[in-house]
Write a protein that binds this ligand. Sequence first.
Ligand code: ATP
Ligand code: MG
Length: 137
Amino acid sequence: MEPIISNSPEQTFALGRDYAAKLRAGDVLALDGDLGAGKTQFIKGLAAGLGHTGEVTSPTFTLVHEYTGGKLPLYHFDFYRLESADEALRFGLDDYLGESAILAIEWAGKFPALLPASTRWLRFRAGDGDQRTIELS
Ligand SMILES: Nc1ncnc2c1ncn2[C@@H]1O[C@H](COP(=O)(O)OP(=O)(O)OP(=O)(O)O)[C@@H](O)[C@H]1O
Ligand SMILES: [Mg+2]
């Protein structure tokens, strides 16, 4: 897919918000890219697009944050601190994968084998200043 250029955090938020309209229960989104590339910012937009009103923060120390009360539940994972695929399985990742919800996983590329073949991969890259390149699938 054609890469999209975002020139501000607001633009990345809007991309996430619009992307939410295409999603269906059970969709898994794998977000990859460096620190500060905009993954969490995109997920904030996604949450807004799904109708969630609460604050969205990175689940850095807890592995998952759950947002409910919108059109579909959104489970926000971050594999950044995960040391092994086993750790994710012990945590119950497979149970989440079986849910009627949207899963959005930051740093998913660390353990791609945990994710279903149908996973949508979203790649984020930081450029000069506020420029970010985002590839959606
Ligand atoms: N075009 C842009 N899109 C998104 N964020 C931007 C953009 N320009 C600047 N920023 C800033 O870059 C940072 C992106 O942070 P964000 O937490 O979304 O990154 P991340 O990819 O989730 O990083 P991490 O791997 O640490 O979780 C924010 O401080 C945001 O304000
Ligand atoms: Mg993040």
